[in-house]
Design a binder for this molecule. Structure first.
Ligand code: FES
Length: 138
């Protein structure tokens, strides 16, 4: 018989604490997702209909801070509408690029990559969900 088998408490106790924290984090995430009353949680916010997004172009949703594009028919992408140069909000989408008005950076409607500086970093992708013809923030 070893003393180890008589004192099994320390390790299981630590695991229990970690598991409890994990469960609490999950509960918070689920609550933020479902309730919609948390002002910082925009998941589920409507971004209109797929028919509102011009093919080869896109539409800017100022309040949500995202730009939704349709690079090719039936393919929808979304990116942050905040320019990676100095943080201005992009204001137009035309000819396959998203344009920042401040210093005229251009970003691809396909993947948010920089087509013209001064920005050097792509617009980060945003998560959207397309179901039927309705688009929502995921
Ligand atoms: S902030 Fe967008 S180009 Fe400078």
């Amino acid at each position: 018989m070893t003393s180890e088998s008589l004192h099994p408490l320390p390790a299981p106790t630590r695991r229990t604490v970690v598991a409890a924290v994990g469960a609490a984090g999950l509960a918070v995430a689920l609550t933020a997702c479902g309730s919609g009353d948390d002002s910082s949680a925009s998941a589920g916010a409507s971004l209109g209909r797929t028919t509102d997004i011009p093919e080869g172009g896109g539409k800017i949703f100022k309040d949500e801070g995202v730009v939704v594009t349709q690079p090719t028919a039936g393919t929808f992408k979304a990116f942050s509408a905040k320019c990676t140069h100095q943080g201005c909000a992009v204001t137009s989408v035309a000819d396959g690029v998203i344009v920042c008005p401040c210093h005229k950076s251009h970003f691809s409607v396909e993947d948010g990559s920089v087509k013209q500086g001064p920005a050097t970093q792509a617009l980060p992708a945003a998560e959207i969900k397309v179901s039927g013809d309705s688009i929502t923030l995921a």
